[in-house]
Write a protein that binds this ligand. Structure first.
Ligand SMILES: CCCCCCCC/C=C\C/C=C/C(=O)SCCNC(=O)CCNC(=O)[C@H](O)C(C)(C)COP(=O)(O)OP(=O)(O)OC[C@H]1O[C@@H](n2cnc3c(N)ncnc32)[C@H](O)[C@@H]1OP(=O)(O)O
Length: 289
């Protein structure tokens, strides 16, 4: 597969209009798990998650994502689309191997990188959209709900399934979910660890649209971003901020406490045991396929 490397530090305004090739991707040697392209004509950036087999979010992928998000904003892109290079998985959520029998310093960096990536995405000044072209459990759902718009392909699943693994979705995972579905639906689903099918997710409003192909999904995201073309970007950003500032400030002020709560929970022997069993189940299933 062709891996497109991350574009860094390229002012969108400095990219000339070209008729033949309409996307630009510059490479940086450190981008391993993401492709980041800016469409010369539309100014829309696409961040493609590319960590086979399931785009599980490890420290390095989270760090790359955050860098791409910062670049998109710094370079004044018109909007940002997140999608996956896989045909069946948007992202399998957090890499369980980062949390199972972890090394002390690494697991702290991992959680801190997740907090930073989420704050960057949730608080992004530019319009953000998720083209969900595969399963999006837990951390996958977190990324989708941090965006302003979601479109999903049929017959996949999305939701916060943490309780099924014996862990707890932190408050900021839940608050973003609550932005898009009614409280009653959210409470029931998250306590059950429910993974919604695409059709169910659409029915409850967890995703805005359903389309059949990745290309259509990207086109829908582009339409959503283009819907702001007559809106002043500064006014838009400040208005968005009013909706999101509370969750952002809450996490910013409590980052260390949030980290300690996370460590306290995942380091419990019963949680480690449950995670080990869950991982074993995934591996057995994967071998059978
Ligand atoms: C009071 C407040 C307290 C707050 C405390 C906070 C604590 C909260 C902590 C964490 C929050 C957690 C968030 C998460 O995101 S946890 C991850 C949840 N993800 C999942 O449950 C998804 C698991 N995966 C799947 O269901 C499937 O893999 C799939 C549907 C995504 C894709 O299926 P398929 O294409 O059939 O792939 P395989 O299942 O065969 O998997 C291939 C390969 O990948 C491994 N794998 C899958 N998912 C993960 C993962 N999330 N992490 C690591 N590895 C994963 C799988 O084991 C296979 O490996 P292989 O056998 O070695 O090939």
């Amino acid at each position: 597969m062709n891996i497109i490397r991350t574009v860094r530090s390229v002012a969108f305004s400095s990219i000339p209009n070209r008729t033949l090739s309409t996307t630009r991707s510059l490479s940086t040697p450190s981008a391993q798990y993401t492709a980041f392209e800016v469409n010369d004509k539309t100014g829309i950036a696409t961040l493609t998650l590319n960590r086979p087999p399931v785009n599980s979010l490890n420290l390095e992928l989270l760090t790359e994502m955050r860098n791409c998000l910062k670049d998109a904003e710094t370079n004044k892109c018109k909007g940002l689309i997140i999608t996956s290079s896989s045909n069946s998985v948007f992202t399998a959520g957090l890499d369980l191997l980062e949390m199972y029998q972890p090394q002390d310093e690494r697991v702290k960096s991992f959680w801190t990188a997740l907090q930073s990536m989420w704050m960057e995405l949730y608080g992004s000044k530019i319009p953000t959209a998720a083209a969900i072209n595969g399963h999006a459990p837990a951390g996958g759902c977190l990324i989708a709900t941090a965006c302003e718009y979601r479109v999903m392909l049929p017959n996949f699943t999305i939701g916060l399934n943490e309780t099924l693994i014996g862990i707890v979705a932190p408050k900021w995972f839940v608050s973003a979910f609550l932005n898009v579905v009614p409280r009653r639906v959210a409470e029931q689903a998250i306590t059950q660890g429910k993974l919604f099918t695409t059709a169910e997710a659409h029915h409850v409003g967890l995703v805005d649209d359903v389309v059949n192909t990745k290309e259509e999904a990207i086109a829908k995201c582009e339409q959503f971003i283009a819907s702001f073309k007559n809106v002043n970007p500064y006014a838009r950003a400040l208005t968005k901020q009013q909706f999101r500032i509370k969750e952002l400030q809450e996490l910013e002020q409590q980052r260390e406490k949030d980290l300690q709560i996370f460590l306290g929970l995942i380091m419990q022997p019963s949680v480690q045991k449950a995670m080990g069993i869950y991982l074993e189940g995934l591996k057995k299933k994967s071998k059978k396929q």
